[in-house]
Design a protein around this ligand. Structure first.
Ligand code: SAM
Length: 241
């Protein structure tokens, strides 16, 4: 599978691309990642890529010209891929969306910076817009890495054991994986459940299924529970009880 990442900061990817599963996938030729600096398509001596927003307001907006030129040049390199714009306004990245993206042969990931993109980039290039969550990152590079990291798991040969995909959290909507343990059998007084040491595969499978079901119940995970109970981490105010 081929990814083309269009960014103003390609260096951000260097550590990520040389580690672990992704590095191995690249070495085996299963995944190809090409980094492109949008600034290389900017005009003039100063290679300007951003400008102040019309109407005023804070920050700078990424201009149409270098982005259109970069997207068009990169798409022309091979059979055009699906253009993805990373934006907090996009469709939320969920496991089904990851699976859909993984069905593409080529993804072209457009990373924003500053205050984001001139609206006409969205209007004219008609990218698929993806958000990694309801929060704002400083740039689209980390969101692009999240897309790559999640999508490559579906590329045949990338995961050592393809069963990992089937068993894992979110492989079915709302389903979370059972708890996992490794050596030692006892750590600081906490013991591994005896069923996992029994060698009884059916009993292990049954236990895992039960655990997975219990964990997947709404509110079962600690974060959601804290939210339901109104737990917050703010300092108590002077009037606080
Ligand atoms: N002013 C923009 C807004 O309010 O929607 C936010 C701009 S953000 C500081 C800069 C860039 O980071 C965006 O253009 C986008 O590419 C990326 N970005 C930030 N948060 C993101 C998210 N949750 N999902 C995907 N991309 C995001």
């Amino acid at each position: 599978m081929r990814f083309d990442v269009l960014t103003l900061f390609p260096e951000i990817f260097s550590g990520y691309m040389t580690q672990s599963l992704l590095a191995l996938a690249i070495e085996k030729g299963l995944v190809q990642i090409n980094l492109w600096n949008i600034r290389d398509w900017a005009q003039g001596r100063h290679k300007v890529v951003d400008d102040r927003p019309f109407g005023g307001g804070p920050g700078m907006v990424i201009m149409c010209e270098p982005v259109y030129a970069c997207v068009e040049a990169v798409q022309a390199q091979a059979e055009p891929g699906q253009l993805i714009m990373l934006t907090p306004a996009g469709q939320r990245l969920t496991q089904p969306v990851v699976e859909e993206l993984a069905s593409q042969k080529r993804l072209v990931l457009l990373c924003g910076r500053y205050e984001g993109f001139d609206e006409r980039i969205r209007q004219g290039l008609k990218p698929r817009e993806i958000s990694i969550g309801d929060f704002v990152c400083n740039g689209g590079e980390v969101p692009a890495m999240v897309v790559i990291d999640t999508v490559i798991r579906y590329v045949p040969g990338v995961l050592g054991d393809p069963d990992s995909l089937v068993e894992e959290s979110h492989s079915e909507a709302g389903r979370l994986e059972y708890p996992q343990y490794t050596r030692p059998r006892v750590f600081r007084g906490m013991e591994v459940p005896t069923v996992l040491l029994s060698g009884n595969h059916q009993a292990v499978a049954r236990w895992r299924q039960e655990q997975s079901r219990a964990r997947s119940e709404p509110g079962a995970n600690s974060g959601e529970q804290a939210e339901r109970e109104g737990v917050c981490h703010e300092e108590p105010s002077d009037e606080g009880g």
